[in-house]
Design a protein around this ligand. Structure first.
Ligand SMILES: [Zn+2]
Ligand SMILES: [Zn+2]
Length: 619
């Protein structure tokens, strides 16, 4: 599977990701860049914006403009998939906006041919298996995707959070529908917004309920498609005994949700209670105004109200003509009203004029929840997108997870680790040694560590592996080095090892290492008597300081044979040694270890490429 981030490695808006295999292209999202963010301009992507589309499809995670906004610019015959209710909501939105933004006419037309998928129901596209996973976000009917092809799996998070109404069962759902995956292509919106409150949506609802009880008349500004907040406010108003008003457009949107067959609408949150939200009436003679009769004013004066407003002339006019002290509340990202920023929305700021309360919680996951989320999925690596600071994101998570940082347009191409001829790419780190393994410390200050091998996956070529390694940031307590191993017939064919700062340390290529061979006793980086760190695999799995003696020779092997009781003759003993074995170095372990099965002696042998610089771990 080739994963390409065409856009979004260093910006929030307009992420476009491609999953490709054998000429089949599965794209995720094709939205607008944010008005306040950086601009990369029109994308040119083979198989998406032009070229052969016969093996291409586009998945839409949710209806926010930065994910869907540009789909009308794509060739007509490209198949597009999205959630059914999301499509309905987008339709209401586009029908509403088309009078002012003509491009929405195109969107309305295009939505007729958009295919829909269902939560938890797998579908195939070419060789891909796609499982839509419903997630909580400030957009309703939003999805993540588990995408699998040829033994490699990825989880594309879309925008999501764990503090919403629909988040409580998320981990259970992940366990059931996603399991563990190889790679997570993850939204990292809130990395630069540590203060973006991740208050629970339910706690925010209680605050609104108290406010509605306390203040007789409240006007709340929120995004018209923030469905969960909208229903939350509606039920809070019901509980507080205040009439709840929306305009026809907003009521249409609520009706779509209430009448949908979405699995969520069984929840009472998305049902109407004692009375439905009331629709503000339009003025028959002036479409730019609502109709405000004397009896309406009287009623509002008596009962109070909660009005869901947007910044528009019509709402501004309404507020001028109705009674009450009008507590205004901003319930969306406050970046829109910060003067001097590019996202600044002057109309909204004007509508809010004077004093207002800010009551909001982010639609995006916070970093603490992300950490829990990664622990559940146990990925080999994380690829951040939808972020304006991938560096900080990588720094925050790289002590626990390899983070692959790409630039727009770059790809990684992992293949199944069970593919016969593959290059496995691993990071050697230290961890605490298991209790009781040290059997003799020859010099008291020397210390052995446990070996923690973190695989970031398998790749077709050493170049692909090296590219992935070069773009990976992983800094647990200490890194010893990196390894790319190409196997053939279950034994190493090519190995490259790199030091902790990714400089090539040693390379092994099969052939010529037997006594008499062209590469016999290939030069070791470490002189006899020098110290090094040796990586021991089975049965010790340890990183041990050693003193180098020299390359193995038939004589040194003879010593081993003498200690071995299994082989009758030396010839029998060395008969099966393959090329790889003869490229080893004899060392004195400075800390001797024992495992359940054996213990180290005064001399041990270590593959030459597994000797790393002494005291040079990346701590
Ligand atoms: Zn979104
Ligand atoms: Zn987004």
């Amino acid at each position: 599977m080739k994963i390409t981030i065409h856009r979004g490695t260093n910006q929030i808006g307009g992420c476009v990701t491609e999953y490709e295999h054998n000429g089949w292209h599965l794209f995720v999202d094709y939205g607008d860049e944010l008005s306040g963010g950086p601009k990369t301009g029109e994308l040119q992507v083979e198989g998406l914006t032009h070229g052969d589309l016969s093996k291409s499809a586009l998945l839409i995670t949710h209806y926010h403009g930065d994910h869907i906004g540009s789909i009308t610019k794509l060739p007509e015959k490209l198949p597009i998939y999205m959630g059914e209710v999301a499509r309905e909501i987008q339709l209401v939105l586009s029908n509403h906006l088309k009078t002012v933004i003509p491009a929405h006419n195109e969107m309305v037309k295009l939505l007729q041919s958009v295919k829909t998928f269902e939560a938890g129901k797998d579908f195939a596209f070419g060789p891909f298996n796609i499982r839509p996973v419903t997630v909580d976000h400030s957009a309703f009917d939003a999805y993540a995707f588990r995408i699998e092809v040829d033994g490699v799996s990825a989880y594309h998070t879309g925008d999501f959070r764990l503090h919403g109404f629909r988040s409580s069962k998320f981990f259970k759902m992940l366990e059931q529908y996603v399991g563990k995956v190889d790679y997570v292509v993850c939204e990292a919106t809130n990395i630069l917004r540590p203060n973006a409150t991740s208050k629970k949506e339910s706690a925010l609802q209680r605050e609104f309920e108290s406010l509605f009880k306390e203040k007789k008349s409240t006007v709340v500004y929120l995004s018209s498609t923030n469905i969960d907040r909208l229903f939350s406010l509606y039920h809070a108003a019901l509980k507080a005994g205040r009439p709840f008003y929306v305009d026809k457009y907003q009521k249409d949107m609520m009706d779509v949700v209430v009448n949908s067959k979405s699995m969520w609408t069984k929840s009472s949150l998305y049902q109407y209670g004692k009375y439905e939200p009331e629709e503000l009436m339009y003025n028959k003679f002036d479409k730019n105004r609502f109709f405000v009769s004397d009896s309406f004013k009287e009623y509002l004066d008596k009962k109070g109200y909660v009005i869901i407003a947007r910044s528009s002339e019509r709402f501004d006019d309404l507020l001028e003509h109705i009674p009450g002290e009008k507590q205004k509340v901003l319930s969306m990202w406050n970046g829109y009203v910060k003067e001097g920023t590019e996202a600044y929305n002057e109309n909204l700021a004007n509508s809010l004029e004077g004093e207002y309360d800010y009551m909001h919680t982010s639609g995006h996951i916070d970093m603490k929840d992300l950490s829990k989320f990664f622990h559940q999925l146990q990925p080999k690596a994380i690829i951040p997108i939808h972020t304006d600071n991938p560096d900080d994101f990588a720094k925050l998570f790289c002590d626990e997870w390899p983070v692959i940082m790409l630039y727009d347009g770059q790809s990684i191409s992992p293949i199944s680790i069970s593919t016969a001829d593959s290059c496995r790419t691993s990071i050697f780190c230290t961890k605490v040694l298991e209790d009781g393994m040290v059997y003799e410390n020859r010099e008291e200050w020397e210390e052995a560590h446990g070996l923690d091998v973190k695989s970031i996956g398998a790749f077709k070529t050493i170049e692909d592996s090296k590219f992935a390694l070069d773009h990976t940031l992983y800094r647990p307590a200490a890194i010893v080095g990196y390894e790319i191993e190409e196997e053939e017939d279950l034994s190493p064919f090519k190995i490259q090892t790199f030091d902790a700062i990714k400089n090539l340390l040693a390379a092994y290529t099969h052939g010529g290492h037997q006594p008499g061979g062209a590469k016999y006793q290939e030069a070791c980086r470490f002189a006899a008597g020098g110290k090094a760190l040796a990586v021991f695999q089975a049965p010790y799995y340890a990183v041990v300081p050693v003193k180098v003696i020299g390359a193995i020779t038939p004589d040194s092997e003879r010593e081993y044979w003498e200690k071995d009781e299994f082989y009758d003759t030396y010839e029998d003993y060395v008969k099966d040694w393959d090329d790889w074995h003869w490229d080893s170095v004899v060392v004195h372990p400075l800390v001797k270890l024992k495992s359940k099965y054996e213990q180290m002696t005064d001399t041990e042998i270590v593959p030459r490429v597994y000797l790393f610089p002494y005291g040079n771990t990346d701590e």
